[in-house]
Design a protein around this ligand. Structure first.
Ligand SMILES: C[S@@+](CC[C@H](N)C(=O)[O-])C[C@H]1O[C@@H](n2cnc3c(N)ncnc32)[C@H](O)[C@@H]1O
Length: 460
């Protein structure tokens, strides 16, 4: 026997803990589920509901495995991937030309097909290994994430995948297809429940592209509103948001401008001031976005923090306001000028630094960064070598030398430099990772080295 009030309570808890909304005709199914889960856990319904109300991560994951709709396939709604390849990514590549990093996120990634498709499209567009591409897929359903990690799919999952893509990026094994290691290496998966916050996942202005398709429709208005606010804030200005066909935000979503190309709609984060980070708790329907309050003047360490948070424009403004009499202030300013694409200004700043001290390893590394993007790659290599020579513990020039060698097809040098970088990264100074890591942390850079070492000769 089960009380109606227990099922009502179960429905409320699913809304509060997992952000789900259910129609009244789902009640019979929810009733069966409540009975089954309480019994599996050896509890009466009342006791089960009390534990669920207190927060019970393991059980929430089990419910996600049982109750989510996980339908997905590679290149689902191909027109969106054509817009990605034909409009969004080329623009983001131009915006990131100095940093040469691209970050993509698939929210509600299910068994991984969407995240791998993002990786394939980015890889096809950016064959240059000098770029760092990362794709993160998040979902609340651990069973789907395990499948995503295995990266083996049936032919049915590839039903919309163009033949040439299938040949390039998949390897047939018995009756399944395995995603190529070159794509697997740039795609990661993480368990995340969108009804909860995660400061790292939603760090402001970090993603170039977010796909969140066929998830919002299962969420309560509060959860969907909070998720949209988080995604908007986490997109870099000018970054792109792709939703499912039935997930419209209306014509005037806060912080986003609607776009149309390749027979599909999507959104672009406006380049106006940053939206305030969303509150910890769910917010109502309306996405609450307000300009950030003016910040007090910061010491260089404060500027480093801003760089760490990838708030480059604010960091540069702060650095311009600060007295830059010391070499460290000049170096930080030079890094910020380079980040902003003002390479000639950055070069001037760093040359002034080197005039004062020609043995400054950081300055040589930065000069390499300034020169690498232009025609002077060989000169850049010389400065990276000098930086590595002047400070044998400096990992970052080794990393750049390794990537450049890989790009030129010199795999022997690439492997040697990347191997060295991998060892040195463990003890690399934090400030050097913030200044020269292109927005990537120690772990991500280590993974990059491992990936590059592991995929030498793999198709790109
Ligand atoms: C229909 S699939 C969408 C897959 C893919 N985005 C696509 O469009 O092909 C919806 C996914 O959202 C996930 N999901 C549902 N509720 C979630 C939550 N609270 N947090 C994170 N993921 C959730 C489900 O586990 C499921 O894998």
């Amino acid at each position: 026997m089960i009380e109606t009030s227990d099922v009502t309570r179960f429905r409320e808890l699913l809304a509060a803990r997992l952000g789900w909304t259910f129609a009244d005709n789902d009640v019979p199914h929810l009733t069966q589920e409540l009975l089954r889960r309480a019994e599996t856990n050896g509890l009466a319904q009342g006791g089960y509901l009390r534990r669920l109300a207190a927060g019970w991560g393991h059980e929430l994951a089990a419910l996600a495995e049982e109750l989510t709709i996980t339908e997905t396939y590679f290149f689902r709604h191909g027109e969106q991937f054509r817009a990605l390849a034909g409009a969004a990514l080329p623009e983001r590549m131009a915006a990131r030309a100095t940093q040469r990093v691209l970050r993509l996120l698939s929210v509600g990634c299910s068994s991984g097909e969407e995240a791998y498709t993002l990786g394939i499209v980015a890889r096809d567009l950016l064959p240059d290994p000098g770029w760092i591409i990362s794709v993160l897929g998040v979902d609340a359903n651990p069973a789907m994430l395990r499948k995503a990690g295995r990266a083996h799919y049936s032919a049915w999952s590839l039903r919309e995948t163009p033949d040439d893509v299938r040949e390039r990026w998949f390897h047939p094994h018995d009756s399944t297809y395995e995603v190529d290691a070159g794509v697997r290496a740039i795609v990661r998966f993480r368990q995340h429940n969108v009804a909860e916050d995660d400061a790292d996942l939603w760090r402001p202005e970090q993603y170039d592209v977010i796909f969140c398709r066929n998830l919002l429709m299962y969420l309560t208005p509060d959860t969907a509103g909070a998720l949209i606010a988080r995604m908007t804030a986490a997109l870099a200005p000018g970054g792109y948001l792709f939703l499912g066909h039935t997930d419209s935000l209306g014509s005037r979503p806060a912080g986003l401008e609607p776009m149309h190309s390749h027979a599909t709609f999507y959104y672009r984060r406006t380049t106006a001031p940053s939206p305030a980070p969303p509150p910890q708790t769910a917010i109502p329907d309306v996405v609450r976005i307000a300009p950030a309050p003016p910040e007090p003047t910061r010491a260089p360490e404060g500027i480093l923090t801003l760089i760490h948070q990838e708030r480059f424009a604010e960091a540069l403004a702060e650095s311009e306001r600060t007295d830059r009499s010391g070499p460290r202030d000049l170096l930080v300013h030079g890094v910020l000028l380079a980040q902003a694409g003002r390479l000639a200004d950055a070069e001037m700043e760093v040359r002034a630094l080197l005039d004062a001290n020609g043995l400054d390893a950081d300055a040589h590394h930065l000069l390499g960064v300034c020169l690498e993007g232009g025609a002077a790659v060989d000169v850049a290599i010389g400065h990276y070598r000098l930086a590595a020579y002047l400070d044998p513990a400096f990992a970052m020039p080794r990393l750049r030398l390794g990537l450049l060698a890989r790009r030129r097809g010199d795999h022997r040098t690439a492997n040697a430099e990347l191997d060295r970088a991998l060892h040195l990264l463990r003890d690399e100074r934090d400030d050097r990772i913030v200044l020269f890591g292109g927005g990537f942390g120690r772990i991500a850079l280590t993974t990059l080295c491992r990936t590059e070492l592991g995929t030498a000769g793999a198709p790109r």
